[in-house]
Write a protein that binds this ligand. Structure first.
Ligand code: SME
Length: 162
């Protein structure tokens, strides 16, 4: 199967509507978590051109506590570990809900992995009632994320199987 993505122009909703079936086809039937996370990042980055698209997964740290640990991503290098409640990612983990940050400078405790990031959305991956990780997307534009992103990104992370 050719793995070329069909990239389309259009409204944000039209772009998601064209992209989602392609993402589903890429990951459906593939049991490997890392492969699927990697392809989700690649597809989102290629369609939308955001600064950073990637995953953090909940894993045990040396302290015995759990932390978010960097997983497949596309974009500049990023911080490796994030504690629960820290930054936007840690807050989305703690609350088990999607957080949209229109202006990262106004989010108390925001972790600036890259100075070019101006707005952000973090979507928790929930399986069996537990947060297993988060999808984090950063944009160089202020106020780049809204309820449309929340709806479609939540749908995509709902397909991830552990
Ligand atoms: N900004 C995030 C940290 C991760 S990077 O943006 C890739 C946060 O505040 O949790």
């Amino acid at each position: 199967m050719a793995e070329d993505l069909s990239i389309i122009q259009g409204t944000k909703q039209e772009q998601y509507e064209a992209l989602l079936p392609q993402v589903k086809a890429l990951i459906e039937g593939e049991p490997d978590l890392v492969a699927n996370l990697a392809n989700i990042c690649g597809a989102l980055k290629e369609q939308f051109g955001w600064l950073w698209v990637g995953f953090y997964l909940v894993k045990p740290a040396a302290t015995g506590e759990e932390e978010l640990v960097l997983a497949p991503f596309q974009g500049p290098v990023a911080c490796t570990r994030i504690k629960k409640g820290r930054g936007v990612c840690g807050a989305a983990w703690q609350k088990a809900e999607t957080i949209i940050v229109p202006d990262v400078e106004k989010f108390p405790g925001h972790i600036a992995c890259n100075t070019l990031s101006r707005s952000e959305i973090v979507v928790p991956i929930i399986a069996n009632g537990e947060v297993k990780g988060v999808l984090d997307v950063d944009s160089v534009l202020l106020n780049d994320f809204d309820e449309t992103d929340k709806k479609y990104l939540e749908e995509i992370v709902g397909w991830i199987r552990f």
